[in-house]
Write a protein that binds this ligand. Sequence first.
Ligand SMILES: [Zn+2]
Length: 152
Amino acid sequence: MLNQFLVVVDGQRLSKMLIREFISQSNKNQIISNLLKQYKVESVKVKQKSMKDHAHFNVDTGTLELSTKYKIIKKSQVKDFLITILHEINHAIDSKKYGWKKFKEMYEMEMNLMVAKDKDPYKDNKYEIQAEDFGQKNWKKWYEIFKKQDLF
Ligand SMILES: [Zn+2]
């Protein structure tokens, strides 16, 4: 979506800029399918769901859930969107690697271990730390790639 903005530069000069403020749903879907293909997890089960987060990997069912809540994404949400998708893709990579049932067992074992150690079953979970790290490390690279492809 193209929107015209008036931007104040130096508090004096006014410059007119053409800013693409939103990412359309079709571009968003293309970004997701490109990422699934690039990380070779396009075979993972995908389900559309109305939820607050952009995406969630359901370890219990081995399903990547995508939010239907955001038809379009604001520019300011792009970073968060990419980190979330990459984070969930990292779980999908593990799920494919071990088989989702095995991964479910591994994940639950890790949760139990953290509880036994009086730590947080989610925040201190090594699979969560690994997935978040993956998202934080890779989002910029994809941001540049998708920008060049004119997807936002
Ligand atoms: Zn996670």
